[in-house]
Design a protein around this ligand. Structure first.
Ligand SMILES: Nc1ncnc2c1ncn2[C@@H]1O[C@H](COP(=O)(O)OP(=O)(O)OP(=O)(O)O)[C@@H](O)[C@H]1O
Length: 251
């Protein structure tokens, strides 16, 4: 009996020692906690480290598969956009070409809801390059898809409405603007340059009192007729101050 009690005591002691070892991590891991940074935490984080650094725990296998799905979305969008613009004469160019066209983004000329517009030169003529980045880091496939849909709608609208009074889409560039290991989508749209500014500016804004661009009632009616005739065919909703090429109509 005594023998059995001794054995049970020994077992309890070794069990407690084993529990104590599990609770205290080895010193090597403690040192790693100090040097760990946000960018590497996804690959090697444990619950304890994440709490120490307030970095949300990520499952490395899930995030890398999401990333590759987002990259697939980008590829798919590129194919879809190439198809959309195929019949318009617009072309797909690479990022280096955009740098050349805008002279490395030297001259910003405006800002819209989704990004900046830069002045550029396209085959010897003035152009405007609209830079659109996904407004959020596309960290989920759903986010990437919804951004891709928005871009596709914009490009489809410009490709469908081709008229001398509406600026034409000349080309586009699309790539993955990833940084810090996070994926974002970057799109550049190259447009004809609208010398007359926006239609809104011509009717009500800064251009309205400029004798070169000031419109009389007949010209306003003509523009309205041209626009409505074209838009009634396509029924595409355009934003209020969409840049409209008034140059040819006014001069
Ligand atoms: N083709 C162009 N030629 C000359 N200037 C342009 C052209 N496109 C845009 N701009 C300038 O850049 C500004 C921002 O244009 P952008 O199209 O981004 O804005 P937006 O009409 O508010 O569009 P969105 O709502 O889609 O962002 C315009 O107000 C205009 O001054």
């Amino acid at each position: 009996m005594l023998e059995l009690q001794k054995k049970i005591q020994e077992l309890e002691i070794s069990f407690q020692e084993a529990r104590a070892k599990q609770a205290v991590p080895p010193s090597g891991i403690k040192r790693q906690q100090v040097v760990i940074d946000k960018s590497t935490s996804a690959a090697i984080s444990t619950g304890a480290r994440s709490r120490t650094l307030c970095v949300p725990e990520k499952n490395p296998s899930i995030s890398s598969s999401v990333s590759s799905k987002i990259l697939n979305e980008i590829d798919l969008l590129q194919v879809r956009l190439s198809n959309v613009i195929a019949s318009t004469g617009a072309v797909v160019v690479n990022r280096r070409r955009i740098g050349k066209i805008t002279d490395n983004y030297q001259e910003p000329i405006g800002r819209g809801e989704f990004g900046q517009v830069f002045k550029g030169t396209w085959h010897g003529r003035k152009a405007a390059v609209k830079e659109i980045r996904s407004p959020w880091r596309c960290s989920t496939v759903v986010e990437a898809r919804s951004f891709a849909k928005m871009i596709q709608r914009e490009v489809e609208a410009f490709s469908a409405v081709q008229h001398r009074n509406i600026i034409g889409l000349l080309g586009l560039c699309m790539d993955n603007g990833s940084s810090d290991g996070e994926t974002s989508i970057r799109v550049s749209l190259i447009f004809e340059f609208a010398n007359g500014g926006t239609l809104f500016d011509c009717l009500f804004g800064v251009q309205a009192n400029n004798s070169k661009f000031k419109l009389d009632v007949n010209q306003m009616m003509l523009i309205a007729r041209h626009l409505t005739a074209r838009l009634s065919i396509y029924c595409i909703p355009l934003s209020r101050n969409r840049a409209v090429q008034l140059w040819s109509t006014v001069t």
